[in-house]
Design a protein around this ligand. Structure first.
Ligand code: BGC
Length: 512
């Protein structure tokens, strides 16, 4: 059915081209998704390492002393700006790097950008694993951050561009699935590494070399995407690549569509640069939603758990071992629930998943806050059964995040921008994510120290705000072809339609 239309189960039109899902596409997809594995490993490893005594003794002796002082306030044991900087520096670097990465993706292609990411990953891993002082450690984290900025911009784009249209959603969530697997692997490594003294933390940080090397070697063999080749004027190579990844020479229709999209994007960008175009009222709906999804994703409080779960569990009175083991359990729940999302996202839709998760997260956060308020005071430790109850509630919370705000935080911004602003708009999503990840990483331990159990109520209030946002301003995009968002979604939305001119109006309404 070259260039024809098929009707999906959801009843929406999905454009289909000739060609099959080849092994080559899967191999390239799996290799590119390794970048998510790296991101996840970096997220998961820092919490465990900062809970290891050998690491604290070497780089943060004052935190080590406070942790072991019997009378220390439970909520403040780990409050140290430099300790938080160890975690957060990575995201600050990624934030800055994502703008450069968006340009690199356009100029040098997705493949080269991923290769650059893997080189930064390898360099950063070596610096961290062999660090002899704090400066070396932080420079290593910054290098890893640049890798994350490059990888998170290039890999999702790469996946979307090589995927046949009808499996684009699933391939996109493959990236998030890898993020969760990376987090889980990191917590397993932390669990075992914490038993190896005094070098365990070096093995934990050095373990990142495995996914980094896999991405580096893999990125030597994967293809460049046809879109990126055509975008850079290499039409013949683009066509040959498309034939290879679709396993057929009959790719005329898809190739013409790629060429037309690139021509249009080129013409529009000569008229007005994509970043300027993003400031127009018509770009406001996807832009506001992309940024809001990232702010809300981070203010669910997920990274308080992902970064600091072992530290948090120790605060609740679990020993180092049980704390690390509990982090493995929450990591496992995260992976399994992401698979649930892959299965459900195109059936029940985005809005229902997001709203259901808001309710589940609200209940879990409020219950954790309540238990901590009553049972974890500054100077006592709760009974083991309360600590276990908190671990269970955190699993309830993590599962709902993993089938909603986790993957959809990346999916929705990738499917709501029109082509001419897609990469520029997506880089806003990546950088906002990194900015708010940085803020949570830098502030959480201090917030916990000053707010005590109320930190969980703080996140609960945000959850109410995000549910209201979804109800009022987030339209359903399930099954809507990516290039029909403007007509079928934005122009019909009760609020966002104000950003567009009516048929009988010459000028765009600027009151949205
Ligand atoms: C978020 C990360 C988070 C991870 C947890 C991702 O979607 O961007 O900040 O740590 O999900 O699985």
């Amino acid at each position: 059915m070259a260039g024809g239309f098929a009707v999906s189960k959801s009843g929406a039109d999905i454009r289909e081209f000739k060609g099959k899902i080849t092994w080559y596409v899967w191999i390239c997809g799996i290799i590119a998704a390794t970048s998510g594995l790296m991101f996840g490993y970096d997220i998961g490893i820092s919490g465990g390492v900062t809970a290891m005594d050998d690491f604290l003794l070497l780089f943060f002796p004052s935190v080590y002393a406070r942790k072991h002082r019997a009378k220390e306030n439970n909520y403040c044991k780990f409050d140290d700006q430099r300790l938080q900087l160890f975690t957060s520096s990575l995201y600050l670097a990624a934030l800055v790097a994502s703008f450069a990465a968006s340009r690199a993706c356009t100029r040098f292609g997705r493949k080269r950008t991923m290769q650059a990411a893997s080189v930064f990953f390898l360099g950063g891993t070596a610096l961290c694993a062999f660090a002899t002082n704090l400066a070396m450690l932080i420079v290593g984290r910054v290098c890893l951050g640049v890798g994350v900025g490059f990888g998170n911009q290039a890999a999702p784009l790469f996946l979307s561009e090589i995927a046949p249209a009808h499996i684009r959603g699933a391939l996109n969530i493959l990236f998030q699935l890898n993020v969760t697997i990376g987090i889980l692997l990191a917590s397993i490594v932390n669990y075992f590494a914490s038993r190896v003294h005094p070098l365990g933390w070096r093995y934990a940080l050095g373990g990142a070399a495995v996914p980094a090397a896999a991405l580096f070697l893999g990125s030597l063999v994967i293809t460049e995407t046809p879109t990126s080749l055509v975008e850079r004027g290499r039409d013949d190579a683009g066509r040959r690549t498309l034939e290879k990844i679709r396993g057929t020479a009959d790719v005329d229709a898809e190739f013409e569509e790629i060429r037309a999209a690139c021509d249009l994007a080129r013409a529009l960008s000569e008229e007005e640069k994509p970043y300027r175009r993003l400031m127009r009222p018509e770009s406001r709906p996807p832009l506001v939603i992309a940024v809001a999804m990232q702010v809300f994703q981070q203010f669910t409080g997920i990274n308080a758990i992902m970064f600091y779960a072992p530290v948090l569990f120790q605060t609740m009175g679990l020993g180092t071992d049980s704390s690390l083991l509990s982090a493995v359990v929450t990591g496992g729940v995260n992976v399994v629930s992401t698979v649930v999302s892959i299965i459900l996202v195109d059936k029940v839709g985005r809005r229902k998943l997001l709203l259901e998760a808001c309710v589940q997260m609200l209940v879990a956060q409020t219950a954790v806050g309540g238990i901590m308020l009553v049972h974890v005071r500054a100077d006592n430790e709760p009974s083991r059964s309360w600590a276990v109850a908190i671990v269970v509630l955190i699993c309830v919370y993590v599962s709902s995040f993993a089938w909603s705000w986790g993957p959809l935080g990346w999916l929705i911004p990738s499917e709501t921008f029109p082509l001419e602003t897609r990469t520029a708009g997506f880089s806003f999503a990546v950088s906002s994510n990194m900015l708010f990840t940085f803020l949570i990483a830098q502030a959480f331990l201090s917030m916990m120290c000053s707010m005590h159990a109320f930190i969980f109520f703080f996140f609960a209030v945000w959850i109410v705000a995000m549910a209201t946002f979804v109800l009022a301003l987030l339209p359903e995009t399930k099954g809507v072809p990516i290039d029909e968002m403007v007509d079928r979604v934005w122009r019909r939305h009760w609020f966002w339609k104000r950003c567009f001119a009516n048929a009988d109006e010459a000028r765009v309404n600027d009151n949205c």
